[in-house]
Write a protein of this length. Structure first.
Length: 314
């Protein structure tokens, strides 16, 4: 038996993907080929730096499908996919992001289509379909929260969860609905120990209909796996460490979420523990990282149930 490198479900022997999963990501049941190595991708990423509308520390390469959908080819413009190869700075980032995004999907957070691909040298890369393109390839307008808060790029870590809420209240078409989605995403980010949820990692997506809504989640990782003493990028209630259930309930009040709605979101995150432990076990992380990730979410879940004094402090 194998493991699907898209959904992490069980596959038949010697198969790395479910056909349905490949179809959902690429629009074809046959996995498109990508005939490059990790070293070649790093060189391409360096050349592309500054040419793509994607920023961040991790190297990224823009790709599109060939006309026959049999190959993924590098595309400086008109790309429909972003590929993130293994990093020289942090270990297993593609596997980490793939798992974190799969865990987000498990609790009902909207995510784009994504998966893992093996390069020519068998190294793994994370691939995600761009959500800022319509079905016909037209570019959709996206504004990250650094822009919405009128802050320069260098200040992307200068903000708070409350600032995100205020931006949504000011700019989203349906603020109450969108703030609820933001609360869920922030809670999840803390739950998986993602210390890199800064202002540029949240965006408003403006659809063809003009509706402004929270963009699908992106750049989700468990930073604590590679930076053991990491803390939240944006404080919640003034805190970036040792958050408690009370902090999350107080933040729900700031978000103007009804108590029952906040409780449902928190309970859903608690109930996700067991299926999440299995997803981690089935992931492409090393056994050591799997054990650490499982310990992290057991700890944060205990905090939400009130059985722990502090969360994310191991």
């Amino acid at each position: 038996m194998g493991t699907c490198a898209i959904c992490l479900g069980t596959t038949e022997a010697n198969r790395d993907y479910h056909e349905a999963c490949v179809e959902s990501l690429f629009g074809t049941a046959v996995l498109p080929a990508i005939d490059v190595s990790l070293g070649e991708l790093h060189k391409i990423a360096v050349k592309m730096a500054g040419k793509m509308s994607i920023s961040g520390v991790q190297e990224k390469v823009s790709l599109k499908l060939s006309s026959d959908k049999r190959r993924l080819i590098v595309a400086a413009t008109g790309g429909r996919y972003i590929l993130k190869p293994e990093s020289s700075r942090f270990s297993a980032l593609p596997q980490n992001e793939h798992l974190a995004m799969r865990l987000a999907s498990l609790v009902g957070i909207e995510v784009p289509s994504f998966g893992l691909l093996r390069l020519r040298d068998e190294s793994l890369s994370y691939v995600v379909k761009r959500f800022d393109r319509s079905d016909d390839g037209a570019k959709l307008r996206v504004e990250d929260f650094c822009q919405l808060a009128a802050k320069p790029l260098r200040d992307k870590y200068s903000g708070s969860a409350e600032l995100l809420v205020r931006c949504l209240r000011q700019y989203a078409s349906e603020p109450l609905v969108q703030v609820r989605g933001l609360y869920k995403l922030l809670l999840f980010g803390w739950w998986v120990a993602n210390g890199d949820m800064h202002l540029k990692n949240f965006s408003l997506l403006i659809g063809p209909d003009g509706i402004r809504r929270l963009a699908p989640a992106y750049d989700l990782v468990c930073t604590k796996l590679v930076i053991p003493d990491d803390s939240l990028a944006l404080p919640v209630g003034g805190k970036t460490k040792n958050l408690t259930l009370r902090n999350w309930l107080d933040f729900a009040e700031y978000c103007m979420l009804p108590a029952k709605a906040a409780k449902r979101i928190i309970d859903q995150q608690i109930e996700a523990l067991e299926p999440s432990l299995k997803l981690i076990s089935d992931s492409f992380l090393s056994d050591e990282m799997k054990t650490e990730f499982q310990a992290i979410i057991r700890d944060t879940t205990a905090t939400l149930t009130g059985r722990s004094h502090h969360g994310w402090h191991r």
